[in-house]
Design a protein around this ligand. Sequence first.
Ligand code: HEC
Length: 155
Amino acid sequence: MISTPKQLVIVVLLAFAVPLTVILLVVQFITSGINADPDSSAMSEAAIAKRMQVLNADSSTQIANNQAIDSPAIAVDPGESLYNTVCQACHAAGIAGAPKTGDQSVWSARLDLGNNVLYQSVIKGKNLMPARGGATNASDDDIRAAVDFMLSTLQ
Ligand code: HEC
């Protein structure tokens, strides 16, 4: 095929020139999309401002939604949370002779004592139940709320 030095030179040059042209065309094709014309309508200041508005509106509705989701979590009954963290350790299963939560039959006689007596039993401790049910940092109000929550399970 290649019989003269001239033919050899042409083939060698083509071997470089053809791939180089292809590469240049590809690079040009890719970068043409990046250098968007700043005067085109999509990049105009009005169009950018409009897109920013949509983004801002989206994030503010999202914040509003998050607040709506968060507020019930803040409003969790303090009595219920104290019960769940401390009291249920004994009262859920009726450990050490603790009256079992929700068991009408073991509570009926205690209910006759009246809520104030029950509150005082917990605050001071009674037999195997330590003072404040062991929740030493809980206020009297917290204890009353936890008792109220326990008794609310009986209805
Ligand atoms: C270490 C186990 C234990 C924990 C924790 C505990 N209790 Fe008790 N609780 C008992 C036992 C045992 C009794 C039964 C006492 C008795 O009458 O002999 C009892 C009784 C009670 C009574 C009935 C009191 C009465 O006068 O009949 C109430 C109300 C009560 N607990 C509420 C609570 C609350 C509220 C908490 C959490 C703040 C709590 N308990 C945590 C063991 C526990």
